[in-house]
Design a protein around this ligand. Structure first.
Ligand code: PMP
Length: 431
């Protein structure tokens, strides 16, 4: 595959942008590649500046649940743009989107729009601290909640991929209140709660982790967290930036039947435009300025373009519930297909799939937390990634990310992918 134009653009970009990229995972560095420069995308396909076509399983890291360039969203964008791009004032779509989110999500009385998932989780933590008048928070190793200081501790996603799960530049003082527990290990949470019974403001978790690869929480673990938060009067926050409106219309809360006190969203609720949101019980959200004293604001928050596309997409998802069953079917089809191939080849593996999210871990260790994730082979993944990339199949360039399925992916395309995976696994086997 020819990547000449991408190479030239990358060389130029490196002069002006650190690493040539505006977010580290786009660097493709850990799979020893240069970044892909995109020209356009349509349906399930992405086209780079060299004219190569890829079946896209990154899907903008989650938002493109209908695939790219969906007419509903493209037409909606054109329509709303003609009215003006940003006012910094209220619009009807803000109310519409807030209502859609509150109606969809268990226990969500009120929601505040922000501009990214990072802002959503950062703000939710502040509100939880202000509400409880406590300092400490519990997060889980391998979960990623964006790059705000107090959450960038033993995190997943790019921080994990590039070997800096706890970033330099975050003073120890800023993270002294961040306590890290093991995912799926309730005893580790109980221990910390018992140690600081009056000072845990919040427990924040990805109910299905997508940033150390896909690792689902055991239902009993989540139920246990809910009970511990009730017992110690801590705020339980579900980070549904990936899972919200993807795992189910009502996110992981619906999927597990568990109601958190607060939840954070991003990605799908903006249909691909920069957006985030946090919300929860009225009692907690009433503390947010100007209702209450806890300050949080944003010049572009509730941006008219993002709000309009968000309402169009959520309205569509609400009225097409079969889409979730179909996505889960496709996920299951791919999982069983990949497992069969791996068994035939006699390779070590764990395939985790949850709805439209999937990760193949090259390890024979059963995975339920970050410790086990670390046992998977980067070399095997690199070979696997490269073979598929050369065949025009685009996976996230890291063993610690999810493969995202969209409504635009067809069964025929998945069969094509399985054929190519067979080829890739032959190469992995020869390593
Ligand atoms: N939470 C989760 C679960 C995420 O996956 C991400 C980003 N992938 C974030 C928070 C941060 O979102 P953003 O990149 O929009 O700041």
């Amino acid at each position: 595959m020819n990547h000449q134009k991408s190479e030239a653009l990358f060389a130029k970009a490196c002069r002006y942008i650190p690493g040539g990229v505006n977010s580290p995972v786009r660097a493709f560095a850990n799979v020893k590649e240069i970044p892909l420069f995109v020209d356009h995308a349509d349906g399930a396909y992405l086209y780079d500046v060299d004219g190569n076509a890829y079946l896209d399983f990154i899907c903008s890291w989650g938002p493109m649940i209908l695939g790219h360039n969906h007419p509903l969203l493209v037409n909606g964008m054109e329509e709303v743009m003609r009215k003006g791009i940003s006012y910094g004032l209220c619009t009807p779509d803000e109310e519409h989107l807030a209502k859609l989110i509150c109606d969809a999500y268990r226990g969500m009385d009120m929601v505040r729009m922000v501009n990214s998932g990072t802002e959503a989780t950062m703000s939710a933590i502040r509100i939880a601290r202000g509400y409880t008048k406590r300092n400490k928070i519990i997060k889980f190793e391998g979960c990623y909640h964006g790059h705000s200081d107090c959450l960038l501790v033993k995190s997943g996603s790019g921080a994990l991929t590039f070997g800096t799960p706890t970033s330099p530049g975050v003073p120890e003082d800023m993270v002294k209140h961040t306590l890290v527990c093991r995912y799926n290990d309730l005893a580790s949470v109980k221990e910390v709660m018992e140690q600081y019974p009056d000072d845990i403001a919040a427990v924040i978790i990805e109910p299905v982790a997508g940033n150390m690869g896909v690792v689902g929480a055991n239902a009993s673990f989540l139920k246990g967290l809910r009970a511990l938060c009730d017992e110690y009067h801590s705020v339980l926050i579900f980070d549904e930036v990936i899972t919200g409106f993807r795992l189910a219309y009502g996110g992981a809360a619906q999927y597990y039947g568990i109601t958190p006190d607060m939840a954070c969203f991003g990605k799908i609720i903006g249909a691909g435009l920069p957006v985030g949101a946090y919300g929860g019980k009225k009692e907690i959200m009433s503390c947010v300025s100007p209702c209450g004293p806890i300050y949080q604001a944003g010049t572009l928050s509730g941006n008219p373009l993002a709000m309009h596309l968000g309402t169009l997409l959520l309205d569509y998802l609400k009225t097409h519930p079969h889409l979730y069953t179909e996505l889960a079917d496709k996920g299951h089809y791919l999982k069983t297909g990949i497992e069969k191939l791996l068994q035939e080849k006699g390779l070590p593996f764990q395939v985790h799939q949850c709805g439209s999210l999937l990760t193949l871990f090259f390890t024979d260790t059963a995975i339920s937390s970050y410790d086990e994730v670390k046992t998977c082979s980067q070399d095997m993944f690199t070979t696997y990634f490269h073979t598929l990339y050369e065949e025009g199949i685009l996976l996230a360039p890291s063993p610690y990310e999810a493969m995202f399925l969209s409504d635009a992916h067809t069964k025929e395309q998945l069969d094509y992918v399985l054929d190519k995976i067979a080829l890739a696994l032959d190469k992995v086997k020869r390593l």
